[in-house]
Write a protein that binds this ligand. Structure first.
Ligand code: ADP
Length: 453
């Protein structure tokens, strides 16, 4: 079976048929038991009345004669009963079949296999004067009533079964279509996704059942795939673009020297080597970026002291800062333990500190400060350097984006440092913000939420 719908219908029908079968079995059994009890109680009562009546007849006459016999026949008002009166020697005094006028009744009674009989003594003045055998035919009105009652119950059960079956088919069609229709839609869309059509999305119905969650998960998968695909296309274009310019200038320089338009003096060769160095540093940055962007995949968080890690990096940078005449200060709360990937945290701080140094001049100041802000911890790196223009500010975390000033000044940057920082911050599920004022300085703030402490 390719579809889930017939399976659901079959399961429904099976459940209904089994339920009805069990129900009718149990019901019939219960009816039987109740009727048997009722019949027994009824027979006991009849027997008692008959014995009392016979005792009374004997008491009036003192012996059994024809008159007594006619009186006895009035006792046969209880339909389906046969009476046989025996004297103490075991001779039949009276037999209701022999005296009954209805031949058909006699016939029935004689043919009846299932007869229940019981013998009762007739006691007068503490003496047994006769025995009466009371027999009941199976087809007594009560058992007939029982059978017809059971028949009507069973007929009702059959009607219920027909109705329930139709209802089950109707319900199962609605239910199965409500399950199979969205599932086949999801399957179609998943198949299209696998064929590369990443634009398709499933319209998710309200609610949070398994199907809605599956649809959301597939949509999420499609979004991720689409982002990855776009990323792949963009990064290829970006890298090609970034590599083309330096390679072309390198090619130009080498060709000029080969054509003797430019002499291969040490100076000219040095500038060629610088271009090669810049290219290899760009490639190194690209490697770092690719590691940073897959950071969520290789993420090893551990409990570390943010203060200690930052302090060590600040110490390493001190010499470079001093060489450029930039003052580097560090303020921190003691220890401050956080859950972080140590290497990735170090990379974030290194990139921010090297930018602050790169975009500052002698006499500028750079401050690194770790503090609590409410329940969160913040690490803020503030410089009094050149600042970032309002125009550049929204794009500085984009890959290969370089601010105008940075390009003009030929800082040697590749526009990848902050993209790496952003990826690593995202991998930690932290937050990074920047505020800057052109000519006055820049401040980067990383917020580490309480959950990471
Ligand atoms: P780059 O290699 O160009 O430094 P980044 O991704 O690190 O690339 O930075 C992107 C741009 O953001 C830089 O080109 C620069 O314009 C700006 N920028 C980053 N940090 C600072 C800073 N501390 N001060 C001024 N400008 C900055």
């Amino acid at each position: 079976m390719r579809s889930i719908a017939p399976k659901i219908t079959l399961a429904f029908l099976f459940a209904i048929i089994i339920t009805l079968l069990l129900y009718s079995l149990i019901l019939n059994q219960a009816i039987d038991e109740q009727f048997n009890l009722y019949i027994q109680a009824n027979q006991d009562n009849n027997n008692k009345n008959i014995v009392n009546a016979l005792t009374h007849i004997y008491k009036e006459k003192g012996y059994w004669d024809k008159d007594a016999a006619s009186e006895i026949s009035t006792l046969l008002k209880y339909d389906g009963i046969n009476l046989r009166l025996y004297d103490n020697d075991g001779f039949v005094i009276w037999n209701s079949i022999a005296s009954h006028s209805d031949l058909a009744y006699m016939f029935t009674f004689q043919l009846e296999e299932n007869i229940t009989s019981s013998l009762h003594p007739i006691v007068h003045q503490n003496r047994i004067v006769a025995h009466v055998e009371i027999s009941y035919a199976q087809h007594s009105p009560i058992t007939e009533l029982d059978t017809s009652f059971r028949d009507s119950i069973n007929k009702s059960l059959v009607s219920i079964a027909i109705f329930a079956t139709l209802f089950a088919i109707f319900l199962s069609i609605i239910l199965s279509s409500s399950i199979s229709a969205p599932l086949s839609k999801i399957t179609n869309i998943a198949t299209n996704l696998s064929k590369g059509d990443l634009k398709q999305r499933i319209q998710v119905k309200k609610g949070d059942d398994e199907i809605a969650r599956l649809a959301k998960a597939i949509n999420h998968l499609a979004e991720t795939l689409e982002k990855e695909e776009n990323y792949r296309k963009n990064i290829t274009a970006d890298i090609a673009h970034e590599l083309r310019t330096p390679l072309m200038s390198l090619q130009g320089q080498i060709e000029a020297m080969a054509d003797r338009i430019v002499d291969p003096t040490p100076d000219n060769l040095n500038s060629t080597v610088e271009e090669v160095i810049r290219l290899s540093s760009l490639i190194k940055s690209l490697e770092l970026l690719s590691t940073a962007e897959s950071a969520t995949l290789e993420f090893n968080p551990e409990l570390i002291s943010l203060t200690d890690v930052t302090k060590n990096i600040v110490n390493v940078f001190q010499a470079q800062y001093q060489a450029k005449g930039v003052m580097l200060s560090f303020y921190a709360i003691k220890k401050c333990y956080i859950l972080a990937d140590k290497d990735k945290l170090s990379q974030i701080i290194i990139n921010l500190l090297s930018n602050s140094l790169k975009y500052s001049q002698a006499k500028d100041r750079v401050t690194v400060k770790i503090s609590y802000q409410g329940d969160d911890v913040t690490i803020r790196i503030t410089d009094t350097g050149m600042g970032i223009s309002e125009h550049d500010l929204p794009y500085i975390f984009d890959r290969f984006y370089r601010g105008d000033k940075s390009r003009n000044r030929n800082t040697g940057g590749s526009g990848i440092g902050l993209a790496i920082v952003k990826s690593l911050v995202d991998a930690h599920k932290w937050n990074i913000s920047v505020s800057s004022s052109l000519g006055k300085g820049t401040s980067f703030t990383i917020t580490i939420p309480r959950g990471n402490l």
